[in-house]
Design a binder for this molecule. Structure first.
Ligand code: TYD
Ligand code: MG
Length: 456
């Protein structure tokens, strides 16, 4: 029997301490220390699945002496996943895939497992039974003869099965259900999560098999388990979206092999998640009659331009304090834009309720949406519709100036492609030639000019 050793771990950040402490010296949280039993086996660091220990002592090499291998990636069937991973799956990478319960993590991962017909995939589930997984797979409706399902939570048993099956892709649903014999605390506790992730990390690096780890998200919106998990893995993906909307966004939070501002979009259907290749077409409502308070913004989500509908409603405040409410757009930024309208342009919005809504349950952070927001508010306030062949791409500054935004050529091209006739942009963009585009460029310097151009 190994000697029982206990330690106290902060459940928030994973810091350990031999004694209980009230306030974590590392993350500053109170009452987060929990005692966990850490029974050390002889050599817990030795890898349980391979004996590739060469005993070579590493010595420093000059950077230009290291033989550079051509970066190899496995292209996936799922184009949206390819995009957020930075152009395909890197062999031997460990990917943490987080999201709130019920958002569709298991569905997307099972879909990945069944779609990749050329890969031998092992889908390990600690959350659902084989029958439940089969039912889900039938619902998704793609069959892959090379997809193995294992319902197991003990990592030692999992590695035994891995040694037999020799998968080319491993998916673990979820990291919080796993437990290893090297640590005696309960599954989901900080030391278990960290140790299990560590074992999977060593497996991924030694076998060069890519591993997806599904991770739960806490009420506060961070990945459950220690922060160290995010440091250990190569890539952190997050699945977001409003459960009442059908759209799901796949974001990269961290990526050692690509950029982090990529976005994948899916639509949740009765038969699984469908990739949305052209988001602009679904985020704009096709309507016949003109309504006030609706504008179209041209945004960049990562490297992808898309058009999105912005709706505003301005009405006389029924109670003393006017309400400001916004979905998908930062409320403080809305307050700032309203203050700019009030101060610089003399619009009396101080006694009005203002409601703002971004289509599709999306959260927009690109400042290029500012002008569309301002114009939606003005349109609703004046009750004059803005023609649906007009779109906007500019930031609004504190003095009401129309500021340039990044990648304007790409935005203009996207608006032109979708058949828009006019685009309102900043006049401070350098080197734009109006003649180059089949769409009319309305280059503005101040918010008053925009107002005159639209309603004047
Ligand atoms: P799930 O993948 O179980 O979520 P997670 O693993 O993130 O907790 O997704 C569950 C939700 O997805 C559930 O509310 C039903 C819905 N769903 C569909 O709408 N269509 C489908 O084809 C599937 C499989 C699930
Ligand atoms: Mg699940």
């Amino acid at each position: 029997m190994a000697k029982t050793k206990t330690q106290f771990f902060c459940q928030n950040c994973g810091t350990s301490s031999p004694k209980w402490i009230g306030k974590c010296p590392s993350c500053g949280e109170w009452n987060t220390y929990v005692e966990e039993i850490v029974a050390k086996s002889n050599d817990p660091r030795s890898s349980p699945f391979s004996s590739k220990n060469t005993g070579r002592a590493p010595k420093p090499l000059k950077l230009n002496e290291i033989s550079g291998t051509e970066e190899h990636r496995i292209p996936l069937v799922d184009q949206e996943l390819n995009r957020v991973l930075g152009g395909g799956l890197v062999p031997g990478s460990l990917i943490l895939f987080g999201g709130e319960p019920g958002i569709g993590k298991s569905t997307l991962m099972l879909q990945l497992a069944t779609q990749e017909k050329n890969l031998r995939v092992l889908y390990v589930s600690g959350e659902e039974s084989e029958q439940q997984i089969k039912m889900r797979a039938e619902r998704i409706g793609i069959a892959n003869e090379n997809c193995f399902v294992l319902t197991e939570t003990n990592t030692q048993n999992i590695f035994q099965q891995i040694a037999q099956i020799e998968p080319q892709l491993l998916i673990v649903d979820s990291i919080q259900t796993l437990h290893t014999a090297h640590v005696e605390s309960s599954p989901g506790s900080v030391s278990q999560v960290r140790e299990c992730a560590g074992e999977l990390l060593r497996y991924a690096k030694e076998s060069n098999v890519p591993v997806f780890l599904i991770g739960h998200i806490t009420k506060e919106g961070s990945l459950a388990g220690p922060k160290v998990l995010e440091h250990m893995v190569d890539t952190v993906l997050q699945f977001e979206g409003d459960r009442n909307h059908v759209y799901r966004l796949l974001r990269t939070i961290k990526n050692r092999f690509g950029s982090t501002n990529e976005l994948g979009i899916y639509e949740m259907q009765g038969s699984g998640l469908r990739e949305v290749a052209n988001p602009s077409e679904i985020l704009i409502t096709a309507r016949d009659e003109q309504v006030s308070g609706v504008t179209i913004a041209v945004l960049m989500e990562g490297l992808r331009p898309m058009l999105i509908e912005t709706q505003a409603l301005v009405s006389t405040a029924a109670y003393g304090t006017p309400q400001r409410s916004s979905t998908g757009f930062d409320l403080r930024r809305l307050a700032m834009l309203l203050a700019v309208l009030e101060k610089r342009c003399g619009f009396r919005l101080g006694t009005k309720d203002v409601f703002l809504n971004i289509a599709g349950g999306l959260k927009v952070e690109d400042p290029g949406i500012d002008l569309a927001v301002v114009c939606a508010v003005l349109s609703s306030n004046a009750d004059i519709p803005i023609h649906n062949s007009i779109c906007f791409a500019a930031e609004v500054g504190l003095s009401g100036e129309i500021r340039p935004v990044q990648r304007i050529e790409q935005r203009i091209a996207e608006a032109e492609k979708l058949g828009f006739k006019e685009i309102y942009i900043s006049k401070y963009h350098k080197g734009l030639k109006a003649g180059d585009y089949g769409i009319q460029l309305r280059q503005m310097g101040k918010i008053e000019e925009v107002f005159a151009g639209l309603f004047g």
